[in-house]
Design a protein around this ligand. Structure first.
Ligand SMILES: Cc1ncc(C[n+]2csc(CCO)c2C)c(N)n1
Length: 215
């Protein structure tokens, strides 16, 4: 039998916290088409602030990547973040008349996620960033695939869910998984334990972040 890949090991070891996030009230509300307009708009502002910091996080990954194919891939990720994801928020805020500066994005749950993810990238190495973003993206890809098969009345929420089932986003989640697996073939056990803990920490930050629109 083939040895378990590093990403599968990380997913298995963090099954409980991943499961808690996948059954979070926010995910359930989107899947059942009952997320309130107020919660969605708060989420959008918090999320827009996070996607902005994701540009910094992936910039750290590009700066610490070892090979040119990795750098090329990450530059494409940065391009998609700045020109597709951020563009979504600009369009959405304009069409809804949302003024992001009138929301408090410094509340602890939102700030902890942003600072926590950024710190992993700033202080850790390339694989630390990959493990944290694998947590974030694998989780979104998983629940958005479920949500995309159900009716969602708000066209902008529908667009947001669909963006995370798009083949480009799926390829990004798979790329992170594969980077972990390739590195995992030669890592010492204490290093794999550390990366699994980073995944778990990122997922707990996600749970708290998704509580924030309801506070
Ligand atoms: C709170 C939160 N967690 C995870 C994602 C998933 N996601 C979508 S794009 C992106 C950055 C680079 O691809 C990430 C992590 C999200 N959007 N918001």
């Amino acid at each position: 039998m083939a040895a378990e890949s590093l990403s599968d090991r990380i997913l298995r070891e963090n099954d409980a916290v991943l499961g808690a996030m996948l059954s979070h009230r926010f995910v359930e509300d989107v899947k059942n088409d009952r997320l309130s307009k107020e919660a969605f708009e708060r989420y959008l502002v918090y999320e827009g602030a996070f996607v902005d910091s994701a540009i910094s996080i992936f910039a750290y990954a590009a700066a610490t990547a070892g090979t040119m194919p990795q750098k090329r891939w990450l530059i494409a990720v940065l391009d998609a973040l700045a020109n597709e994801q951020i563009a979504y928020f600009e369009r959405t805020f304009a069409s809804r008349g949302i003024d992001p500066s009138s929301f408090d994005t410094r509340i602890p749950e939102v700030e902890a996620f942003r600072v926590g993810m950024l710190d992993i990238a700033r202080r850790g190495g390339f694989l630390d960033t990959v493990a944290a973003m694998f947590a974030a993206e694998w989780m979104y890809w998983t629940w958005c695939r479920q949500a995309a098969n159900r009716p969602i009345s708000d066209p902008l929420l529908k667009e947001w869910v669909d963006m995370h089932v798009d083949p480009n986003f799926a390829a990004q989640a798979q790329w992170l998984k594969n980077e972990l697996d390739m590195a995992g073939e030669t890592l010492e056990d204490d290093e794999t334990v550390r990366l699994s803990a980073i995944f778990g920490r990122a997922m707990q930050l996600e749970i708290d972040f998704h509580d924030a629109p309801y506070l």
